[in-house]
Design a protein around this ligand. Structure first.
Ligand code: IPE
Ligand code: IPE
Ligand code: MG
Length: 249
């Protein structure tokens, strides 16, 4: 466990992406229904958003519901959608007061209309906020995003707006859901699963990955600080040698 003073303020990640995993197992360990884990997970979301504000993290992307999660039992999917609506209604004033701006990435059209409405309202209310940029990945998967981007670029080629040979990393990025955000420097996954689960595959190309056994409903500010301290101890080489990095070449 760690406190804020242990952080190197000059080496903070700008953008942290999290796979919030383990809600179901956390609840099962307590002989409770999986939904109880999702409800408690909201407490962690609140704590981590506040912690990011306090630490000075500008972008926080949370994987809240994947494309694949639609395959869960209907009762769980329905409960998650209801939880989203209720949480937005309950939290939007506090988010706004804390200067947090809400964004969404994912296939919004596939979300229930009531979720779309609440999300749009929360995004409108917080649109002018300049603190933590909170990005919720909902009905999101990376392969979906990349395929959508490819379709949009292809259409622009057909419409004469671009030539195929114009396509490079910078241009492709403008077709992604995350076009307005920098790539995450740090990706955290809770609950001891060592996989990416179709999350930000393009954007995580050079992210530092951090895995913890802690289930999401137990994940709090000290765990986040621990993850950032771990990140700060890494040497990010981007293909270069360690010597090059140390002598700034
Ligand atoms: C993460 O917790 C929340 C969502 C995917 C919506 P899980 O529900 O995946 O919890 P486990 O992995 O079954 O424990
Ligand atoms: C990934 O968690 C999606 C979210 C956290 C929303 P899952 O628990 O659904 O991932 P898998 O299916 O076990 O890889
Ligand atoms: Mg899971």
């Amino acid at each position: 466990m760690s406190d804020l003073s242990a952080l190197d303020r000059t080496k903070l990640p700008q953008h942290i992406a999290i796979i919030m995993d383990g809600n179901g197992r956390w609840a099962k360990e307590r002989n409770q229904d999986r939904l109880y884990g999702h409800y408690e997970g909201v407490v962690s979301v609140r704590d981590i958003v506040n912690a990011c504000g306090e630490i000075g993290i500008q972008y926080l992307t949370l994987y809240a519901f994947s494309t694949e999660n639609w395959n869960r039992p209907k009762a769980e999917v329905d409960a998650l959608m209801e939880l989203l609506v209720n949480t937005l209604r309950k939290e939007v004033d506090e988010l706004h007061k804390n200067n947090v701006r809400l964004h969404v990435i994912g296939a919004m059209a596939t979300m229930p209309p009531i979720c779309q409405k609440e999300l749009q309202e929360a995004m409108d209310i917080t649109a002018g906020n300049t603190g933590v940029q909170l990005i919720l990945a909902l009905s999101y998967s990376s392969r979906w995003e990349i395929i959508e981007a490819t379709k949009k670029f292809s259409q622009d080629v057909v419409d004469g707006k671009h030539k195929i040979e114009d396509l490079n990393d910078a241009l492709f990025t403008t077709y992604l859901e995350t076009k307005n955000f920098p790539d995450p420097e740090l990706m955290i996954r809770t609950s001891g699963e060592y996989r990416i689960s179709n999350y930000l595959l393009y954007q995580l190309a050079y992210s530092e990955l951090y895995f913890t056994e802690v289930h999401w409903p137990d994940f709090r500010k000290p765990h986040l600080i621990e993850a950032i301290i771990n990140y700060q101890q890494r040497e990010r080489r981007f293909g270069k040698t360690s010597d090059q990095i140390q002598t700034n070449q």
